[in-house]
Design a protein around this ligand. Structure first.
Ligand code: PGA
Length: 251
């Protein structure tokens, strides 16, 4: 049985003070649920605050990016060692905003995934097509290639630690969600690709989330689909009540 992961991607929002307030509100709404994992991914500057705020709870800490070197002359970057030292357990890698605005390539994503795994951070690898790619009918080819490249040279026992987030770019922050059936279909295809690389039993163990305009009103339906193992939530994770309802699969 795969344990679903529901991760809140706060993106470039919340000062440490605001982050502490959001955590307090969230913890009053959030039920402790043993059958799912909840991850909060604040900006780097609020990691220490959130780490403190969730101490002793079942909520775990995630980061939104990582560099692939441990230390050195890389002005502005944050290493996996630094994240690990703050109690970070998950790290989002290759989010479409990083690919689009910061030039992240599949090769960089792969290096970051390897570096994260070396330091016991679980990568949440984001893949997904643009609207133009969807309309051109290349969704499958594109997503398959992103998955193949992200997992290049990653051993099977490490691959099991990885979470994949299928986020169609046209659904991010737009209010447009892929239908749950369509999300399930593409996620099934991603699992098929992982099966070709690692075999069926490893592919069955890897968790694959859906992301893109997830909100309380569509989470329950998404979670009824057999291939969907949770969600990567942007906008709705900034509101304590909405995020708590998403975590409960509550409409
Ligand atoms: P959204 O963002 O929920 O605001 O669409 C999702 C994401 O970018 O991870």
């Amino acid at each position: 049985m795969r344990v679903p992961v529901i991760a809140g991607n706060w993106k470039m929002n919340k000062t440490p003070e605001e982050a502490a307030a959001l955590c307090r509100a969230l913890l009053t709404h959030l039920d402790v649920l043993d059958d799912r994992e909840v991850v909060l991914c604040p900006p780097f500057t609020a990691l220490a605050t959130v780490s403190e705020a969730i101490r002793g709870t079942k909520v775990v800490l995630g980061a939104q990016n990582v560099f692939y070197e441990d230390s050195g002359a890389y002005t502005g970057e944050i290493s996996p060692l630094m994240l690990q030292a703050l109690g970070v357990k998950y790290v989002i890698i290759g989010h479409s905003e990083r690919r689009q605005y910061f030039g992240e390539t599949d090769e960089m994503v792969n290096r970051k995934v390897k570096a994260a795994l070396q330091h016991d951070l679980k990568p949440i690898i984001c893949v997904g097509e643009t609207l133009a790619q969807r309309e051109a009918g290349v969704t499958e080819t594109l997503v398959k290639s992103q998955v193949d490249k992200a997992f290049h040279d990653i051993a099977a026992d490490e691959a099991k630690q990885v979470v994949v987030a299928y986020e169609p770019i046209w659904a991010i922050g737009t209010g447009k969600t892929a239908t749950s059936r369509e999300a399930n279909r593409v996620i099934g295809m991603i699992r098929g690709t992982l099966g070709e690389i690692y075999g069926d039993s490893v592919a069955q163990a890897i968790r694959i989330q859906y992301g893109g305009s997830v909100k309380p009103g569509n989470m329950a339906e998404l979670m009824q689909e057999p291939e969907i193992d949770g969600a990567l939530v942007g906008g709705a994770s900034l509101d304590a009540e909405s995020f708590a309802r998403i975590v409960r699969y509550d409409d």
